[in-house]
Design a binder for this molecule. Structure first.
Ligand code: NAD
Ligand code: UGA
Length: 459
């Protein structure tokens, strides 16, 4: 059953067709996993008046939370968390088992990384379900908020093995960097389960958002999540491919996107060409959906093409940097600005910036990298350097990264890169050349200062 309605204007319809759907009572909620999803979700639910216990097994993340620090970079999160804690509505624990005592709802927000064959690895979800299963309150509702493949609600039900416990799918659509805003003001709430009443009760947890509520079956709900990320990834691959075409025909991709964006059916969002799409979700979720399609015997070549096109985009940026260095990178110093997968987050999982930086070192380039979220202080080969940063020389600021470089490549769209002293950048570089893989800078302005400038999809 699909029931798309609203919490606000269509209140009576929602209450009528999805019993409990608009019940704004304060509920006891356990959230398992204090990551990019669990932490903003827990703080948002506390903001809405629910009593939330957040379980986190990672000692570093838990210690940070307990001492009032945020373990992740996310605008506005510290205030929202502090509000919940001081209101006595949000507390933290190391143990999922402890968190579920007294909880009416248990939200699983644990990782579902990519498995070896491209499918989602459900081991964290299964482990969490196993850990809490026998301890759940009678009649508790378990919520799969992690991104999970079709059939996972049933799987979690089987792991828990309790006829009184219902499992509901409630995919999350927040973006990193705007997670607080997205949690407080989501575009929609999707809940899916065989038990419509349980699904509506989960929807009601978020009634204060006023967002449209879609109540459906678990399979459809699970499919909606993958479909959303796959659509966004495909849109970006189209945009990046079009940028490549613009370079060949001499068009300006920014104006092309302006012309597209004014069409309301297309819209302006997700039209910025870049170095390729990445992050902890789009890459793994597109591959997981491809795996689901393959298993189901469906040839999803469109999605396979979008994924392949993304790899080509990374290669195109590497080729631009190589060309800017005269055709070879061996022994050449390259300044890299930005390492996170996009701005306003500290997340480097599946970051296009990092992948490009490593491809450059693989071609013999000596990469000097700066990112505002990466701490400096150890050399590139010391044990203190996280594995994903090995082989890169980490710099304290963008000027240091540019020093002695034959080219600087902008890989993450951090706003601070716009406002640098470009005369100083020019002075410290071996050759004043910029490859702007985010189209962040004003080409005319930097060219006037004597830089050679290469953007994406524009002259
Ligand atoms: P994350 O790795 O940042 O956080 C998960 C947290 O869960 C970790 O801190 C981990 O220590 C903790 N954890 C794992 N098992 C636990 C257990 N048994 N008890 C207590 N804590 C446990 O991951 P994330 O980015 O928050 O993603 C979580 C899920 O949400 C994934 O399925 C992801 O695909 C999905 N998702 C992520 C985003 C995003 O923007 N990151 C958006 C929508 C959906
Ligand atoms: C994405 C989705 O946007 C969220 O709705 C979803 O909940 C989330 O994945 C998830 O399932 O984890 P997120 O990973 O935070 O959110 O990042 P996006 O803002 O979607 O960006 C993804 C990648 O696309 C980044 O590398 C970004 O730089 C790139 N991008 C995005 C562009 O190159 N151009 C754009 O116009 C937009």
């Amino acid at each position: 059953m699909v029931n798309a309605t609203g919490f606000g204007a269509s209140l009576s319809m929602a209450a009528h067709s999805t019993p409990g759907g608009n019940d704004r009572r304060s509920r006891a909620v356990a959230v398992i996993g204090a990551g990019y999803v669990g932490l903003p979700t827990a703080a948002t639910l506390a903001h809405f008046g629910h009593r939330v216990v957040l379980a986190e097994q990672d000692e570093y993340r838990l210690a940070a939370l307990r001492s009032g620090r945020m373990p992740i970079v996310e605008a506005g999160l510290d205030e929202l968390v502090a509000e919940g804690v001081s209101a006595g509505l949000l507390r933290f624990t190391a143990s999922a088992a402890e968190a579920v005592a007294g909880a009416e709802f248990v939200l699983l927000c644990v990782p579902t990384p990519q498995g070896d064959d491209g499918s989602a690895d459900l081991s964290y979800v299964e482990a969490a379900a196993k850990e809490v299963g026998m301890l759940l309150e009678p009649g508790a509702i378990v919520v799969n908020k992690s991104t999970v493949p079709v059939g996972s609600a049933t799987l979690v039900e089987q792991v828990i093995g309790r006829p009184d416990v219902r499992v509901v799918s409630n995919p999350e659509f927040l973006r990193e960097g705007t997670a607080v805003r997205d949690s407080l003001h989501p575009d929609r709430i999707v809940v899916g389960g065989d038990d419509t009443h349980a699904a509506a009760m989960v929807g009601a947890l978020f009634a204060s958002t006023g967002a449209p509520l879609i109540v459906t079956d678990a399979t459809t709900s699970e499919t909606i999540k993958y479909a959303s990320n796959a659509f966004l990834a495909t849109k970006l691959s189209f945009v990046n491919a079009l940028a490549g075409l613009c370079e060949e025909v001499g068009a300006d991709v920014r104006d092309v996107m302006l012309g597209l964006g004014y069409d309301k059916r297309i819209g302006f969002d997700f039209l910025r060409p870049g170095p390729g799409w990445g992050g902890s979700c789009l890459p793994k979720d597109t591959r997981a959906l491809l795996h689901i399609a393959r298993e189901a015997g469906y040839d999803f070549s469109l999605l396979a093409g979008a994924i392949a096109s993304n790899d080509q985009q990374l290669a195109r940026v590497v080729a631009k940097v190589t060309a800017a260095c005269g055709g070879a990178l061996n022994g050449v110093s390259v300044g890299v600005w930005g390492l996170t997968f996009k701005a306003n987050t500290d997340d480097r999982r599946d970051s296009p910036a990092l992948q490009i930086a490593h491809r450059l070192t693989g071609l013999g380039g000596r990469v000097r990298a700066y990112d505002p979220t990466v701490a400096v202080g150890s050399d590139a080969h010391s044990d203190a350097v996280p594995d994903d940063l090995r082989g890169l020389s980490l710099c304290a600021d963008p000027y240091e990264a540019a020093t002695g470089a034959s080219v600087v490549v902008v890989l993450t769209e951090w706003d601070e890169f716009r406002w640098l002293d470009f005369a100083r950048v020019h002075a410290v570089m071996a050759t004043p050349s910029i490859v702007d893989a985010r189209n962040l800078l004003d080409p005319a302005a930097v060219r006037r200062m004597g830089f050679t400038y290469t953007g994406i999809g524009r002259q």
